[in-house]
Ligand binder design. Structure first.
Ligand code: ATP
Length: 511
């Protein structure tokens, strides 16, 4: 199946099985805003729990907060968002579609990279076992030409972004012959800057209302609470503050489903360290965060590091963890060394001292910060797209979501074979054994085969079938989602088996 079809199927599947619905759908939806349905919210909550516990429970020096979405407007002046949280946009005059100029160029570079990969594939086939990839990519003239092109564009592009040279961004698009994917034309407008923050009014207009912003990131809520948490928690450096919450961005190009939304959720952690030690902590968190992803059990090849060529002016190192979505490798999480920029800015704008007195060095300083910032919705999409499988079973086929059991919306479905003879009653007793500890579903409608398929489609790791034999010997059939194997299990062993495989601790213990 090609990746575009796969993506369409995943989107349709999300809707059909109660994971994600378009917002306000009865009014034809609202662009780039989505609602999570009955299964979606469970999966989302489980991802949150995995992150939250990994951060705050497993790291003694990391604590959590939950700050408000609305913040004093000066916060966004200090953070630079009012003046600089812009995306360069460009319109195609024929299709009337709007694009991010930087994304158009990045995608163009990616296409050249794909050409290199194709050359390597071809050569691999041609040379067989004797193929030396390293030598090939460093000597093949065509590959070298592509590489040189990538370097040239990257350098020019990075400079244009750094110097805010919008004209040159446009020139790159024109000179590289980048076309609009909809109209196929090169009829582009000028490039303009566009601020991504949503604003609204606090108080009634009569009172002299203030313009405030919907936060575009959760991080600033952490920075402005640095002193509160440090003092009340008697935190010693290095320490971290974690937060999960909504963020809002008026994205220009809001396509690709929940990958880029206007209202989304972030899971961010700011780690406060001694100046000069930030790069060492940066490496520490890079490693830790990748481990968190890999513990989910998806192939390692689905993840890769992307180094930021263009660093924000306050950062001294930045990497993204990219994930291979059906539409290619894209950013899932950012790990940034933000120096003392944010706290210093808040010190300046608020006039309050935001310092740390280090007993060891007997110095007072503004701490440096290493940030880990991951999109909850993007993680959701990564989990779903890596879990979605269509399997041919001879006469039949099935769609199965092989979601890591600890994240699965429903851990076990309890299914009486028929709706009579006391089977529903026994099934209810089993529900009572399990339901206080895990999310279970009771289902008695339709044939057992159909019920299995429905559970496969929402990623339920276990189906428990109660039949007539169960009444006689207190055993049930336990069916495994991934292998479809079934085994006879005594009812009193059920709880331990299901719990041990689906418990959040199974994931946390891998970290
Ligand atoms: P991009 O380059 O894709 O716009 P970004 O670099 O602006 O992302 P950050 O500001 O670093 O993103 O935000 C941290 C994380 O928040 C991202 O890694 C991503 O997972 C998530 N995120 C950012 N913007 C969105 C969005 N519009 N919709 C969903 N998730 C988002």
């Amino acid at each position: 199946m090609n990746q575009e079809d796969l993506f369409k199927k995943i989107v349709a599947h999300c809707k059909e099985y109660g994971f994600i619905f378009p917002s306000s759908e009865i009014y034809d939806g609202l662009s780039a805003v989505y609602d999570y349905g009955q299964n979606g919210v469970q999966l989302k909550n489980n991802i949150k729990e995995y992150w939250w516990k990994a951060m705050t429970q497993l790291n003694e020096e990391v604590v959590g907060i939950d700050s408000a979405i609305f913040m004093h407007p000066t916060v966004w002046k200090a953070s630079g968002h009012v003046d600089e949280f812009n995306d360069p946009l460009i319109d195609n005059k024929d299709s009337k579609k709007r694009y991010r100029a930087d994304v158009l160029i990045e995608e163009h570079i990616e296409k050249i990279r794909e050409k290199i990969a194709k050359e390597v594939e071809k050569a691999k086939k041609r040379f067989g076992d004797s193929f030396n990839e390293e030598m090939f990519v460093s000597t093949n003239p065509r590959v070298l030409e592509y590489k040189e092109k990538i370097d040239k564009i990257t350098q020019r592009f990075t400079k244009a972004l750094e110097t805010n040279d919008l004209e040159d961004l446009r020139n790159i698009i024109i000179e590289e012959g980048i076309i609009c994917p909809i109209s196929g034309s090169k009829n582009w407008t000028e490039v303009r800057q566009f601020n991504l923050m949503f604003d609204t009014k606090l108080g009634s207009v009569a009172e002299g209302a203030n313009t405030i912003y919907l936060r575009p990131e959760t991080a600033q809520g952490i920075f402005v609470n640095y002193l509160n948490v440090q003092k009340t928690g008697r935190m010693k450096i290095p320490f971290g503050i974690a937060q999960i919450g909504k963020a809002f961005r008026n994205e220009i190009v809001a396509r690709q489903f929940i990958f880029r939304m206007r209202e989304f959720e972030q899971m961010e952690m700011q780690y406060f360290v001694r100046p000069g030690e930030e790069l060492q902590w940066f490496e520490y968190w890079k490693e830790k965060r990748l481990k968190w992803h890999l513990a989910l059990g998806f192939p390692e090849t689905k993840y890769r590091w992307h180094k930021h060529e263009k660093l924000a002016h306050y950062a001294n190192a930045a990497y993204d963890i990219e994930f291979e979505f059906p539409f290619g490798f894209k950013e899932l999480e950012g790990i940034h060394s933000r120096t003392d920029f944010d706290l210093s800015q808040h010190e300046k704008f608020s006039g309050k001292k935001i310092r740390y007195f280090d007993n060891e060095t007997e110095e007072s300083y503004v701490p440096y910060v290493v940030e880990t910032s991951i999109g909850l919705d993007r993680t959701f999409l990564a989990v779903l797209s890596a879990s979605y499988k269509e399997e041919n079973l001879g006469e039949e086929s099935r769609v199965v979501l092989s979601i890591p059991p600890a994240l699965a919306p429903i851990k076990a479905a309890v299914l009486p074979l028929v709706k009579k003879d006391g089977l529903p009653e026994l099934a209810r007793e089993i529900m009572d054994i399990l339901k206080y500890e895990m999310n279970c579903m009771y289902e008695e409608k339709d044939s057992i085969g159909k019920r299995y398929r429905r559970q496969d489609a929402i990623g339920t790791p276990y189906c428990i079938t109660v039949d007539h034999q169960s009444l006689e010997d207190s055993t049930v059939t336990l069916r495994y989602r991934d292998t479809m194997q079934q085994e006879r299990i005594s009812i009193d062993k059920l709880f331990d088996i299901v719990k041990s495989k689906t418990d959040m601790n199974t994931l946390l213990k891998k970290l």
